[in-house]
Every structure is written in structure tokens, then in C-alpha cells.
Design a protein around this ligand. Structure first.
Ligand SMILES: *[C@@H]1O[C@H](CO)[C@@H](O)[C@H](O)[C@H]1NC(C)=O
Ligand SMILES: *[C@@H]1O[C@H](CO)[C@@H](O)[C@H](O)[C@H]1NC(C)=O
Ligand SMILES: *[C@@H]1O[C@H](CO)[C@@H](O)[C@H](O)[C@H]1NC(C)=O
Ligand SMILES: *[C@@H]1O[C@H](CO)[C@@H](O)[C@H](O)[C@H]1NC(C)=O
Length: 394
């Protein structure tokens, strides 16, 4: 009896040992050296990792590297971790990157990206040479990271810096988490959205700092069950749902929670924006904006269903996007404008089920105001009284 127990214990620990044992592949094994383009080395390391039947960790050690476009895909046979401790620099000129994303990973399950390394898009040249701040149809100039059709995965610790265009694009992913992630770019770098999420379910952005020139986190159509928690944004344009409604084929947006976040000096705090006079008819439902601190934010809470930058659309017909079940709760701090709360809902499909409680925002020391149109919010606690808008928001 005792003897078989010992055997059992021994075999358990052997199994455990095998399970935790993951193969480590340093990129130097594939010719990846500091100050050189590691695109080929990383691609070769991925190929070996992806074919492995046990978990593999690819390591990019500290040091500075160059990298051109890398596009790697699954399906892979076992979990893969990429530990980035080095600084990886993109070519300065967009045309030298060789693709629209510096690192694109797709079609995998159980991916981990870890480390304290940096993806540096070296975007300042590209920002000067693009026209994205002046027109809608600007040339897309290279994102730092693209995650496509990935499940059950996590990005932890690393930094993305000075991307030429969006820092991170998340498309078609399920159960994808950013934790302790960092985005940094100057406030005047056009179109450098922090994390853009679209057509994905179960995305978490946690404990993350995002300083950039455009949206902090932007949620496109088909975003479902997204949690943005303990995220600090600023500078930048804040947390944005949309713009939505421009295209007929869009998918609904549902279950978005923004909680315990701080916005500093951003143009918007939390925003939902939809286009008027456009074909999209999706629904936007189950939005929660809770426990948010605003620090000198121009539009702290805004639903804008007449979103029409550069006056490129007609406002003749209202937006057809139906917004419902919105909870706005415990919002405090300072507004950069008189209007702390703007709910400009569609006259065609008014907002429904909007609940507001405890909004304590000041502008120049006085309570900020609220304007509401095409919505009858349910109010509890201290909330500024809703008045009809006098001026149109841009
Ligand atoms: C990810 O999950 C979706 C939905 O369950 C599934 O269709 C897809 O095959 C999965 N992808 C991978 C790479 O495992
Ligand atoms: C979600 O992904 C994480 C890895 O980031 C994994 O540990 C967890 O089990 C996944 N959850 C589900 C429900 O599959
Ligand atoms: C919030 O995120 C920061 C990193 O930005 C982290 O240092 C801090 O521990 C997090 N707070 C909680 C309660 O998790
Ligand atoms: C608030 O932000 C504006 C720019 O949006 C800036 O000009 C102003 O100095 C800021 N005020 C404070 C008190 O930080």
C-alpha cells in the first residue's frame, strides 16, 4: 500500500515535470542578432515552434533589433509564448516595412506574448508625411501589431511605441487579454489609435497605460463582451465605440464595460459615435461606463449620433443605429468644457434604457452641465439636469 502510494506520487511529479517543461528557442539560434533585421529569424523560430507538439517559448533577449514585416500563422500543435525583452525597431519609411503591420500573428490558440520589450514603430517620419488628420481616406501606414483570428491568448507587459498608424489591431479574436500592457506616442501623432478591436468576443484590456495621438481604445463593429478595466488614457481621444453605421454589413456591438479607468487631458472620455444619413442599421446594446475619473477631458461622456467629421456627410437623415441599455455610473473629475454629459441620440431611433447615476463633474470649479436629445434617461443620485442642446457638437 505504502509502496504503491510512493510510486503514484513519483509518477505524478514526473507528469508535472513533463507538462511544465517548455522548449526555449532563442532567436540567435536562427541568426537573429542585435542591430540586424530579425524578420527571418523570428519567422523561422515560429515555424519550428508551430510544428512542435509541446509548448515552446521563443525568446528575443534584451538588446536593440531591427525588424521588417513578419506574418506568421497557425494552426500550431501546442501553445506558443513569445518573450520579448529587446527593443524591436521598424524601418523609418512606411514603404520599407514590407507590409501593413510590423508583426502580424493569425489563426492560433493559446498564444502568450510576454516580457518587458518594446515594439518601436519609429512613426515620426510617417506622421509628418501622412494626411490622416486632414482627410478620411488617407494611406494606411503600418501598425505595430496585428492579431487576427486568435483564441485564448494573452499579451502581457510589453510596450508599443510610436506606431506609424494604429498600435494594435485585434480582429476576429475570442478570449484575448491585454494585461499590464503599455502604449506610448505623442498627443499630436495622427491616427495612432492604441488598441482597435473589431469582430471579436471576450477581449479584456486590463491594467494598461495608453498615451497616444488618437483613440485610446476603439471598438469597431462586432465587438462583443469587451472589458476595459484599470486603464489610464491620455493624451489622446479617449475610449470610443464606433464610428458605426457607415456600412451595411456591420455586426452588432454588445456587452462593453469600461470600469475603473482614468482619462487625463483627452478630447473624449467615453464616447459612442454613429454616422447620420448612412446605411448601417446594427444595434448597440448593454454598455456600462462605471467608476471613471476624468481629468480635464473635453467631452467626458458623449453619445454622438451625428458624427460627421470634416462635414463629409449629410445630416439630412438621422442615424439608423439603435442604442439601448446604457449605464453611466460614478463619473467624477473635471471637464475641459461646460458640457460634461452629451447624449445626442438619433431622432430616427431614440436611445432606450439609459440609466445615469452619480455624475460629479466640474468645469472651472462649477458643476458641468448635461444636454440630452432623443433620450429619456432614468436618473438616480446626483446627476446634472438634462437640458436640450443649443449648439451642435462636432
Ligand atoms: C477560434 O474559435 C473559433 C470559435 O470557436 C473557431 O471557429 C476557430 O476555429 C478557433 N481558431 C483557432 C485557431 O483555434
Ligand atoms: C481564456 O484564455 C486564457 C489564456 O489567456 C485561458 O487561461 C482561459 O482558460 C481561457 N478561458 C476560456 C473560457 O477558455
Ligand atoms: C492598475 O494598473 C496599474 C498599471 O497601469 C497597476 O500598477 C496597478 O497595480 C493596477 N491596479 C489594480 C488594482 O490592479
Ligand atoms: C486642459 O486641457 C487643455 C487642452 O485641452 C489645456 O489647454 C489646459 O491647459 C488644460 N488645463 C489644465 C488645468 O490642465
Amino acid at each position: 500500500m505504502k509502496f504503491s502510494m510512493i510510486i503514484l506520487l513519483l509518477s505524478f511529479s514526473t507528469i508535472n515535470f513533463i507538462l511544465v517543461q517548455s522548449v526555449t528557442l532563442e532567436i540567435s539560434k536562427f541568426g537573429g542578432k542585435p542591430n540586424q533585421d530579425i524578420a527571418k529569424a523570428l519567422t523561422s523560430a515560429w515555424a519550428e515552434a508551430c510544428a512542435s507538439t509541446s509548448a515552446v517559448k521563443i525568446v528575443i533577449p534584451s538588446g536593440t533589433y531591427q525588424m521588417t514585416h513578419v506574418d506568421v500563422k497557425g494552426p500550431c500543435k501546442a501553445p506558443i509564448e513569445i518573450q520579448v525583452d529587446g527593443t524591436i525597431k521598424a524601418p523609418v519609411k512606411p514603404e520599407d516595412v514590407g507590409g501593413d503591420q510590423l508583426l502580424r500573428i493569425g489563426y492560433v490558440n493559446s498564444l502568450t506574448i510576454s516580457g518587458n520589450g518594446v515594439f518601436d514603430g519609429q512613426g515620426s517620419y510617417a506622421w509628418k508625411h501622412n494626411d490622416c488628420s486632414k482627410q478620411v481616406k488617407c494611406k494606411l501606414l503600418g501598425m505595430n501589431l496585428g492579431f487576427n483570428f486568435i483564441n485564448n491568448s494573452i499579451v502581457r507587459g510589453i510596450t508599443t511605441k510610436d506606431s506609424k498608424h494604429f498600435h494594435v489591431n485585434v480582429l476576429g479574436c475570442n478570449n484575448f487579454t491585454f494585461d499590464g500592457f503599455k502604449v506610448t506616442a505623442p498627443g499630436d501623432s495622427a491616427n495612432t489609435d492604441g488598441i482597435h478591436i473589431g469582430r471579436s468576443t471576450g477581449v479584456n484590456v486590463l491594467n494598461t497605460q495608453i498615451a497616444t495621438g488618437d483613440d485610446c481604445v476603439s471598438l469597431g463593429d462586432g465587438s462583443r463582451q469587451v472589458l476595459v478595466q484599470n486603464v489610464t488614457c491620455g493624451p489622446g481621444h479617449g475610449i470610443s465605440i464606433g464610428s458605426l453605421g457607415k456600412y451595411k454589413e456591420e455586426e452588432p456591438v454588445e456587452g462593453i464595460t469600461v470600469k475603473g479607468c482614468t482619462l487625463k487631458g483627452t478630447t473624449n472620455g467615453v464616447r459612442i459615435k454613429t454616422w447620420p444619413n448612412q446605411p448601417g442599421t446594427i444595434t448597440v446594446t448593454d454598455m456600462k461606463f462605471e467608476d471613471i475619473t476624468m481629468d480635464n477631458v473635453s467631452n467626458p461622456v458623449i453619445i454622438d449620433q451625428e458624427y460627421c467629421p470634416w462635414n463629409q456627410c449629410s445630416k439630412q437623415n438621422p442615424s439608423k443605429i439603435k442604442i439601448s441599455k446604457v449605464i453611466i455610473k460614478n463619473i467624477k473629475g473635471t471637464s475641459g468644457t461646460k458640457e460634461g454629459l452629451v447624449l445626442a441620440c438619433s431622432s430616427g431611433v431614440p436611445c432606450e434604457g439609459v440609466e445615469i447615476s452619480n455624475v460629479d463633474l466640474t468645469f472651472n470649479g462649477a458643476p458641468a452641465t448635461a444636454t440630452c436629445s432623443n433620450v429619456k434617461p432614468k436618473i438616480t443620485g446626483k446627476v446634472p439636469e438634462c437640458t436640450a442642446p443649443t449648439t451642435k457638437k462636432e
